[in-house]
Design a protein around this ligand. Sequence first.
Ligand SMILES: [Zn+2]
Length: 245
Amino acid sequence: MDEKPKIEFSETNRGKEQIIVNKKYKYNFSTIKKDNTKVYRCTEYRTLNKCKSFIILNDNKEILKYESSHNHLEKEFSTSVSIIKHKIKSEIKNSPIPLDIKPKRLFDEVSQELGFICPEYNSIKSQLSRSKNKQLFPDITTFEEIPEESEYYRTRRNENFMIFKNSNMVIFQSPFQAKLFSLYDKDIFADGTFYIAPKISYQVFITRTYVTELNAFYTTSFSILSNKNQMTYEKLFEKIKKKCY
Ligand SMILES: [Zn+2]
């Protein structure tokens, strides 16, 4: 072993353990051995480089073995991206109210603290909002656990917003959205998105309508759905139609 490498702990985009060595190389968790030591391989191992560098840590995260020769360039930039994402994600995880988190403010703090090549905020923004959404309602694991009453079920004008819920879906539609939905029912646009869907669900389903007078699209309902079954969609449209007047 040359000089003692400096290691930092991070995670992959999929949340698996990752180690950063000397702010230059990334190692992903590979295997755990019989003696409970963990092997991490250079991320270039799985590429055409097949880099042979690896690092072995014991239970106390002390370095037992380090093969430090790489067959590729240093990855200073991509390691800094990993570290900054990891720091911000752990702030999000530790926050009791993830909705109140301002990722840009966190980014500004963390990037100053890092003080080396730092990625642009835009390059990590989308992944942060994803981990923020996944973190919402961390204690709810099934649709059955979604509460009967919630401050989110009413609009700021104190109108009903949540109009229906069962074990497969929760539908949100304000009275104004219901009115738009019934007045402009000729063309209904619908789209499912997985990106903002909470962990427990399959998708967030949105209906939109085109308001000719305003030459604009308006969202007429939001639903959190557990699946994409025909029955679920039928129920959904039955409910948002029923609401109309
Ligand atoms: Zn390598």
